[in-house]
Design a protein. Structure first.
Length: 102
């Protein structure tokens, strides 16, 4: 960051910032194309998200659908969504470039 004359090299700092910005964009693009599945109730309900936590799909097995117990199905959907979101967050954290000095 410092040039040989002892001053601050703003050009080098800008180059690093641009490189980091490009890495972040590439990582976001890669995450958007990844799929993460969360499940609940022994896989009775599965929720699929992109790596950017966009809901992509929900699969509910017929045996999870008891008309007399709608609340349990609702709870399974919420639990599967949380499972997928947690996995997507972990994937995003592991995928993001590390910023030197932070």
């Amino acid at each position: 960051m410092f040039n040989p004359e002892g001053g601050f090299d703003m050009g080098a700092l800008l180059q690093q910032a641009q490189a980091l910005q490009e890495q972040l964009k590439n990582t976001q693009d890669e995450l958007a194309n990844k799929r993460i599945t969360g499940s609940a109730g022994g896989d009775l309900v599965e929720v699929t998200m992109s790596g950017t936590q966009e809901l992509v799909d929900i699969t509910i097995k017929p045996e999870a659908c008891d008309p007399a117990d709608v609340e349990s199905l609702q709870d399974l959907i919420v639990a599967a969504f949380r499972d997928a979101a947690h996995k997507a967050q972990a994937l995003a954290s592991a995928s993001l470039p590390q910023i030197p000095g932070f």
